[in-house]
Design a protein around this ligand. Structure first.
Ligand code: SF4
Ligand code: SF4
Ligand code: SF4
Ligand code: FES
Length: 898
């Protein structure tokens, strides 16, 4: 332990000089000698080492000669010290390493022809490199394969006991699901307690295993490495934007591998702040939706009660005819469009352009409306920036992190790994405030369980505690004395005792959190679904900005108020202008200068300033009959929104519902026309991740059936409507975006965003802030029903798309059960699998229950990915008056034993 460089970004390790193969090398004192050697570009063999965790020193391959020592030393576990004289080459070292390979091979089955790692095996490479041809005293282990896990098989006959799997799981992921156990005379890797593997199934252990001892159940025996095409692309599940290799064989997706691998074992741990290259379960094992048999392979048109397969030409002809007819008869505002933030930037850009220039309507919205726009609007309003200001590296190197209203390990697992890195490597203080006992809370220095729906009140308490304790930054507040006085007056009535009584967060915890945040040099707030997808989300983000302002954290390097995006391209959807309030580049739709610029670039007259409708207004318009035709790309409002939104009735009234989707979703089943769209594996483009980084999406295979990329379908539709678009590839669209939004792509690096508070604090802040701290934190606080029903994302799924991936369904099927705290179940006298009646102001249903320790007492949880039973229909919807964001993920309920 302790061999790694700088464990504190503020303290640089002392520089030392040593000699490697006769050359003088400068290094950091105390780091692994192996890292120093590899930093010179010299790669010596190493089978148990990976730079992301501390060295283990078991394989005996990284041997070097150190002057003054008789025997070779293991360079991975040796510390670099000043004056060392090291030799890394020579016949003696070659022979010693060869002996180590022979030792490993002598207990290794030579079943390479059927091993998944054939061609990607470090032991194979080492045997080859060292010319191992003869094995004296070879013996077989005959250990039965452990196939109990739903995703991974463990073949311990092939294991070389390098512990990389154990170390990555324990050190990097802080999950610690594996261990060594002596069984049958051999040290074997087993899931903890030798039970069936129960973990997050990220597959990072599989990635770092240098041999084929851990295998992927979903691709086993399906390929030989040379048959595969490997495409580096971006994951299509969440806004972390992980890079992955999608490996295909003909028209089949065989597996996903990560940048993290035993092959990239050389690096500086300080670099892992940018990501360790691993994936989560969704990214690694959720690929089977791509070539699923359930894909829509041909266009469908409604004929009578049936959706019937038709040729593309017929489908497009009818769709365009009907859109045109409706526009002719009822005007442009009889048409509206919704699109998913799983589309690429180029497609999102084209979609809003098609709606605004082809259909001439500003009734256009995306799934970013489900929450992310609360953050964007608050941050733009106060700071002039429409996204999170900090990147992963800032998060890793922060000294204080407040995670509020975010089950980050479930929604954005790789952002969670950055926080784990902050805890483990940089010893950050992490305060997790949530109404669920989240996984991150278990690792945090300060876990705080609060009553559901009280996040807003907690923020009131944090601001108040900051002022009471004088934790303010006078330089900052002194610049805006009137604003500061207004804030003080606004929170004058807030009593920490009352906040504590209502939220469950003690006065002491409020004060400690305020102090940790204010006193740390680099402090980050991360808020997510528990803030931005809830009522008052917009105001609550503004309150967090107040907190960051008075403590002097706004605009300071490594500090800021951030959020995460649950879908891969929510940020891109906003940046590309898929919202009635924004043109591309988040230019306000009503801003005349911006309007003129885009009207000129697109050579059209834009829909009138002040016109437009967002998601909720569009659905209302459909229901009232004002909107007669709806174009839905990848969205599924029927399956997402609760019954109280009356989506079915709204869609039923439409004269034309066109759904463009890879799958026949609930919404698509109601459509008049279904256009088969490709998944992101079949097209090129880009996503903008939660850091603002624009990442490449690359075509890994031909489109399935007759499906087409969304941009291609939109281009065809626009041209049939009379536009003259000449895009032949997503690159053509990119070229147009580059001209209109210079610097947006920025070679994959997020553009730096610098908050400016002056305009906000000097203009109307006093009036605005007076109301902010009087608003009810959430209607749920007032609910008379004793339990809180929460719906949200789980680690193994993402929206509804992941439910089309058999692997993820195998790992996490819909149990149809409500998750409850065991204490509550005991109190209600319901046992595991027993039934309860769940009643909200919106309805009642019977549901079986399962116990879950992470669910706080007096709350219950149902995964939002499943509608069987239709728990979502118990939710009511509250629409934010400023941002139009509909909140429907939490409600008060009564639970009785059925
Ligand atoms: S899959 Fe991930 S969580 Fe599970 S044992 Fe492997 S590294 Fe650990
Ligand atoms: S299973 Fe693989 S990674 Fe784990 S100890 Fe064995 S060889 Fe190493
Ligand atoms: S963290 Fe998000 S982007 Fe990364 S692999 Fe998982 S789902 Fe994909
Ligand atoms: S890499 Fe050093 S002992 Fe294995």
């Amino acid at each position: 332990m302790g061999l790694k460089p700088a464990t504190n970004p503020d303290v640089e390790a002392v520089a030392i000089e040593l000699s490697i193969d006769g050359k003088s090398v400068t290094a950091k004192d105390g780091v692994s000698l192996y890292d120093v050697i590899s930093s010179t570009g010299k790669i010596i063999p190493a089978m148990c080492y990976h730079y992301t965790f501390d060295p283990f020193g078991s394989c005996g391959m990284c041997l070097v000669m150190q002057e003054g020592k008789k025997a070779p030393v293991r360079s991975c576990t040796a510390k670099a010290t000043a004056g060392m004289i090291i030799r890394t080459e020579g016949d003696d070292l070659f022979q010693a390493r060869k002996k180590a390979v022979e030792k490993h091979l002598s207990v290794h089955p030579l079943d390479c022809p059927v091993c998944d790692a054939d061609g990607h095996c470090e032991l194979q490479d080492m045997a080859f490199q060292h010319g191992v041809t003869n094995l004296a005293n070879a013996k077989q282990k005959f250990i039965p394969e452990d196939t109990r896990s739903p995703a991974l098989d463990f073949n311990m006959n092939r294991c070389i006991a390098c512990a990389e799997c154990i170390n990555v799981c324990k050190d990097v992921l802080m999950i610690d699901a594996l261990q060594f156990m002596k069984k049958g005379g051999f040290n074997q890797v087993v899931p903890k307690g030798d039970l069936a593997l129960s973990c997050e199934f990220c597959g990072d252990c599989l990635a770092v295993c240098p041999v084929g001892a851990i295998t992927n159940k979903f691709s086993k025996y399906l390929y030989k490495p040379w048959q595969m095409k490997k495409t580096t692309t971006t994951c299509n599940y969440c806004g972390d934007g992980c890079q992955m290799h999608l490996e295909t064989k003909d028209a089949e997706v065989v597996r996903v591998t990560s940048l993290l691998s035993w092959k990239n074992k050389w690096g500086d741990r300080a670099d892992t702040g940018k990501g360790h290259g691993g994936l989560c379960v969704r990214g690694r094992f959720g690929f089977e939706y791509i070539d699923s048999a359930a894909r829509v392979k041909q266009p469908l048109l409604r004929k009578g009660n049936q959706l019937v397969e038709v040729p593309w030409l017929e489908a497009m002809h009818q769709v365009v005819e009907q859109f045109s007819e409706i526009r002719r008869k009822h005007g442009s505002d009889a048409i509206a469009g919704l699109i998913t933030a799983r589309c690429t930037n180029e497609e999102l850009y084209l979609f809003q352009k098609l709606m605004r220039t082809g259909f001439r309507t500003n009734q256009v919205d995306s799934s970013a409306r489900y929450g992310h726009l609360n953050f964007v609007h608050a941050s733009r309003h106060a700071l002039g920036i429409g996204r999170s200001p900090n990147d992963w590296e800032d998060l890793t190197k922060a000294k204080a992190i407040i995670v509020i209203g975010s089950n980050i390990t479930e929604t954005n697992p790789l952002t969670a790994v950055r926080i784990k890195e902050a805890i483990r490597v940089y010893h950050a203080q992490v305060v997790v405030i949530d109404s669920t006992a989240t996984n991150m809370a278990k690792l945090a220095s300060h876990p705080v369980l609060i009553k559901h729906g009280t996040e807003g009140l907690v923020i009131d308490g944090l601001v108040k505690a900051t002022l009471e304790l004088g934790l303010i930054d006078e330089d900052t507040t002194g610049k805006y004395p009137k604003a500061f006085e207004a804030l003080k007056a606004a929170v004058a009535h807030v009593s920490l005792e009352q906040v504590a009584a209502r939220t469950g967060m003690s006065v002491e915890a409020l004060k400690t959190t305020a102090a940790i945040f204010a006193e740390s040099p680099r402090s980050i707030i991360l808020c997510a679904e528990g803030i931005v997808r809830q009522p008052d989300g917009y105001q609550n983000v503004l309150k967090l900005i107040d907190l960051a302002w008075v403590t002097g954290k706004l605009g300071q390097p490594g500090c800021g108020v951030n959020t995460v995006t649950e879908e891969p391209n929510e940020q891109g959807a906003v940046d590309m202008g898929v919202a009635p309030e924004f043109l591309p580049g988040q230019a306000p739709f009503n801003d005349q200068v911006a309007r003129d610029r885009f009207a000129k670039a697109w050579d059209v007259t834009l829909p009138a300033a002040g016109s437009g409708a967002n998601l909720v207004e569009i659905l209302k318009g459909c229901k009232s009959g004002k909107i007669r035709a709806l174009y839905v790309v990848g969205e599924n409002p029927l399956a997402t929104l609760p019954a109280s939104m009356e989506v079915r009735a709204a869609l039923d009234r439409l004269e034309l519902l066109v759904v463009q989707d890879p799958f026949l979703t609930d919404t698509a089943r109601m459509a008049h026309a279904v256009l088969p769209a490709c998944t992101s594996a079949e097209k090129d483009g880009t996503f903008t991740n939660l850091e603002g980084r624009v990442l490449r999406v690359r075509e890994a295979m031909d489109p399935i059936g007759e499906s087409l990329p969304d941009w291609h379908i939109m281009t065809a539709m626009a041209n049939a409507l009379g536009c003259q678009w000449e895009y032949e590839s997503s690159n053509d669209i990119q070229a147009e975006i580059m001209k209109l939004l210079p610097g947006y792509y920025n070679l994959g690096q997020p553009r730096k965003v610098v908050p400016t508070v002056g305009r906000y604090l000097s203009n109307g802040y006093a009036v605005e802030v007076a109301g902010r701290y009087r608003a009810p934190a959430s209607s749920d606080v007032k609910s008379q029903r004793p339990y809180g029903l929460l719906m949200g994302q789980t680690l193994y799924h993402s929206g509804k798309m992941s439910t089309e991936a058999p692997g993820l369904i195998k790992i996490a099927p819909n149990t149809g059960r409500l998750w409850m705290n065991p204490q509550d179940m005991k109190q209600l006298a319901v046992s595991e699998g027993g039934k309860v009646r769940l009643t909200s102001d919106r309805g009642s249903l019977q549901v079986a229950v399962q116990s879950d320790q992470s669910v706080a007492p007096q709350t219950c949880f149902f995964p939002e990915h499943f509608n069987e039973p239709p728990v979502k229909d118990l939710m009511s919807v509250q629409v934010d008056p400023t941002t139009g964001v509909p909140s429907f993920k939490r409600i008060g309920v009564t639970i009785e034993k059925a």
